[in-house]
Write a protein that binds this ligand. Sequence first.
Ligand SMILES: C[S@@+](CC[C@H](N)C(=O)[O-])C[C@H]1O[C@@H](n2cnc3c(N)ncnc32)[C@H](O)[C@@H]1O
Length: 351
Amino acid sequence: MSISGPDNDTTKRIQLRAALIERIGGYMTAHALGVVADLGIADLIKDGVRSSDELAAETGAHEPSLRRVLRLLASVGVTTEPEPTRFGLTEVGALLRSDSPDSLRAFTRVFCSPMWFTAWQGLGQAVTTGELAFSQAKGSDFYTSLTADTEFSALFHEAMGEESRIAAARVAAAYDFSHAIKVVDLGGGDGTLLAAILTAHPHLSGTVFDSPSGVADAPAVLGKAGVADRCEVQPGDFFQDIPGDGDLYLIKSVFQDWNDEDALALLRSCRTRIPESATLLIVGTVLPEIPSADQSIAYFTDVNMMVMAGGRERTESEFRTMLSETGFTVQSVRFGAAGPLSMIQATPSAA
Ligand SMILES: C[S@@+](CC[C@H](N)C(=O)[O-])C[C@H]1O[C@@H](n2cnc3c(N)ncnc32)[C@H](O)[C@@H]1O
């Protein structure tokens, strides 16, 4: 008796079900990535292939469990297992190495941390009620909570620096800095963006402006880049006051943290303080006006902002409305110019 295989219809149904189950498995992969990044496994297998016995011994892990997690990550293209129980890294997995110039290890540890997972557990309630999931889970807003946790704060700002590296090089190359003298980076975190710009443009000086915990690592980052003598580090609250002596104000990956009311307050703070002749350069995600299925990272971050901070990503027309309401005129919008981020250049409108 011959046993026939599935017909075309059944094959399609199996594939569709697998496609959905793979997406459900995304959170399991995220947990696995977080564990492997926390343990520093990629740093231990950077030169070829290591056995799970060695990796477990060097990280104090339980070998059978670690092996199964590494096998899960092999199934999604992060690790390799060229022979049983010996693991290597794919090009994607190599981004988990601390010493990779494109490292996303701290970024992985933050986005796959218990703090993130706890807040995301409130997604259902957030969708039902519109409440801020992070505050419901933690009892305070994200940045207040960050200030209270020095270790996680350092990791978060390191993660933001990692996220900024390619965009920083792109901004440094794509924007015409020849007319600028002093660049102020508002919410500039650990100074990664300004370090890249000052390195590429030796005529510039700058200020990294962020909360006290936000700028904690900026002196080291600017020092390592060799630009500390041209760059001040100024702690402060950009809703209260911002430096008034710049002629180019950068604000990268900041607006999405805030709801419309706060984002408008921040723009008003900028309008009040920056010179009439200055330029505001917003670097960040600009959503397409018509939702587009190939922008998954932008929609991940949009919902992430809803969960973690009550903020949101915005379209070009939403940015234009906010800027015009607060006394700015948009000069240009360059999609993807700070790949994958966009750049919006605005100037104070004539009174
Ligand atoms: C998402 S991070 C982006 C950091 C950096 N611009 C980048 O792109 O890597 C947002 C930054 O805004 C800073 N921030 C939040 N609230 C602030 C405030 N009230 N005053 C100044 N900076 C603030 C945070 O500390 C953080 O560094």
